[in-house]
Design a protein around this ligand. Sequence first.
Ligand SMILES: [Zn+2]
Length: 288
Amino acid sequence: MVELKTNISNIKNNIAKFLDLLFITDILIKFQRYLLPKHIRSVNYHDLMLGRENLFEEHIKFFVKNYQILGRQEIESYFDHKDNTKPGLLITFDDGLLSHYNIAYKILEKYGLKAFFMVPGGFIVSKNSIEFAKTNHIDYYESPAKSVSMNLQQLKEVSINHEICCHTWNHIRLTPDLTQLDYIHEISDAKEKLSKLIDKNVDSFCWVGGEEYTYSKGAFAEIKRSNYTLCFTSNNSPLYKGSNRLFINRTNIEYYYPLYLMKFQVSGLMDLLYIKKRKRVAKIINAD
Ligand SMILES: [Zn+2]
């Protein structure tokens, strides 16, 4: 059985708790808001658990208060409007899971927010989503439901107000040892097929995995060739007006993180920890 980790590294958890008690996390978040140039942060979630929706909703309430939450069409205009005083925020959900429809989508609608769903098309149309998840390394929580993915009808409903992004077709890590045909199948064919499925043009891509070995020059060349206009990685950093839109770094948050840990993740400290990895990945894929 694939199970998501629910244990947070103890050291990180204790540091986050300590910094929050001293209000340092809040100060860092304010510092970013008032002293950094205008920027947009991106966060990503994985599976969410039914019955524990309130934890995720707490995060959303914090985001609503402290950020301007943006949809696909609002990214560029955000930078042009002088009256935006809060940092922007893109909320993203990886893997096309059923909980994204049952929990995330419902809560986003309740608050009138827009978000990004990173979807491996093959997962949505698979006959046995549990088998697909196991074979293709999609982590999920056990539930009595027969399926762990959204079905096409649910995905289409989500696509009305939210951005559906290609997360390869088979949830494949785009390592350098894959062939050109693999890249085409997982990047450009996946874009076409997902666009057809939802009857809407898909123009954003999201890498799978996030480990350093999962980035490759060949895959990035294919991403550019396929005319994607946004491309998401992990690696923690805000997007600025002049930043490369094909190298949007996201910060990982799990729905069960207590507020102090969620705030720690977006406090800017993670950005600093990832400076070297970001540079290495940019070099691997040739993105500057
Ligand atoms: Zn994924």
